[in-house]
Every structure is written in structure tokens, then in C-alpha cells.
Design a protein around this ligand. Structure first.
Ligand code: AMP
Length: 188
């Protein structure tokens, strides 16, 4: 299977959100047959009203991977990473130590039991589109045939999404990154 460019969204809304995000990014960067080629900045995001599962705001971000793993293997790995960071599989809507979503897998369109790609809510969520636009504003959604920047511009989701300030520099900031914001941050 040829190497594909994949975007994975991550989020956490428990006490030590930063640590969970940091660990998730680290674990994803260590996957076999995979290279991490981008990490967005971290964003603080307001829980959506329909399922505010925990008390606090989320931390969210997106990573870009180049991988030989199949979509299904990648999904399994995501579930393993969630589990290893303590997510309770029986209470998936409870407070989230760590949530991972496969947002895009190359230009593939997948609709199988338990796996839908592009992620069906990716184009509706500001907390996904803002970090994704940082990494890949010109990337085209293979079903909607619109660029990420266009999806962001037409978004009706008005929930608050703001850059985490200050951005962590010691651990998270050491991740590989090709986003302008993070590069500027790293060289500051
Ligand atoms: P959530 O609790 O929101 O993380 O949803 C996870 C469930 O969505 C799992 O049972 C997955 O099998 C399913 N799922 C379907 N498509 C995707 C996707 N693109 N990325 C992650 N999970 C997915």
C-alpha cells in the first residue's frame, strides 16, 4: 500500500489536558511505518453545548502523518493510544482523557462499519478546522470538493476556539512541525 498523507485530530478536556495531548502526539510520532510531518499549535476550545461531557474547555490540535498503515490499522492504533492514556471505552461520552479522530486519509473516501473518512463532522467543527487550516489550508475535502480554508470561511459553528497562550515550548514545542505559527514559535 503506498504511503498516504493522513490528518488526525486530537483533543482532551481533563485536568492535565496538556500532558495528554503531549503524550498522544509523542505516541503517534513513534508509530511504525509512519512519519510525523506536522503538528498544529494547540487550541483551547469551548465544549459544544450538545455534549459538554466534562467541566472544562478542551485542548485540541491536529497532526499530519505520512504512513503505510492501512486506515483500519490506523484506527486500531488510535483506539490503543486512547486506551493507553486512560479513556474508558464503556463511557466514551464521559470526560475525555484523549480523543483521536482520523480526519482525512489521503483522498480516500471510506464508509465502513466503525470507520468513516473523511470524518463526518470535520467540516462542521471549528475546533478541527482551525488547527487543520494551520497545517493544510489548501487541502481539498474529497467529498465536498472545497479547500479547508473555504470550509472554515463558511462555518456556522460559532463556539470559541482560541490559540493556547502561551503555547507550551519545552515538550510539545519540540515536536516536528511545519506550521508557520509553530515554526515562528520555535525560532523565537
Ligand atoms: P468518538 O467517541 O467520537 O471518538 O467516536 C469513536 C467511534 O467512531 C469509534 O467507534 C470509531 O469506530 C468511530 N469512527 C468512525 N469513523 C471514525 C474516524 N474517521 N476516526 C475515528 N473514529 C471513527
Amino acid at each position: 500500500m503506498p504511503r498516504e498523507i493522513v490528518y488526525i485530530g486530537f483533543g482532551s478536556n481533563l485536568d492535565n489536558r496538556l500532558d495528554f495531548c503531549d503524550r498522544a502526539v509523542t505516541l503517534l510520532s513513534l508509530l511504525p511505518h509512519t512519519q510525523m510531518t506536522g503538528v498544529s499549535s494547540l487550541y483551547e476550545t469551548e465544549p459544544l453545548p450538545e455534549h459538554s461531557p466534562g467541566p472544562g474547555w478542551f485542548l485540541n490540535g491536529v497532526v499530519r502523518l505520512e504512513t503505510d498503515l492501512t486506515p483500519r490499522s490506523l484506527l486500531d492504533v488510535c483506539r490503543e493510544v486512547e486506551k493507553s492514556l486512560g479513556r474508558d471505552p464503556d463511557h466514551r461520552d464521559g470526560p475525555r482523557t484523549l480523543d483521536l479522530d482520523i480526519l482525512l486519509y489521503g483522498t480516500r473516501v471510506i464508509n465502513e462499519p466503525g470507520l468513516i473518512v473523511p470524518h463526518p463532522r470535520l467540516h462542521l467543527r471549528r475546533f478541527v478546522l482551525e488547527p487543520l487550516a494551520e497545517l493544510a489550508p489548501d487541502l481539498r475535502h474529497p467529498l465536498l470538493n472545497k479547500m479547508v480554508r473555504e470550509l472554515l470561511a463558511q462555518l456556522t459553528d460559532r463556539s470559541a476556539v482560541r490559540l493556547l497562550d502561551p503555547q507550551p515550548s519545552s515538550r510539545y514545542g519540540s515536536r516536528p512541525s511545519c506550521s508557520p505559527a509553530a515554526t515562528a514559535r520555535d525560532s523565537a
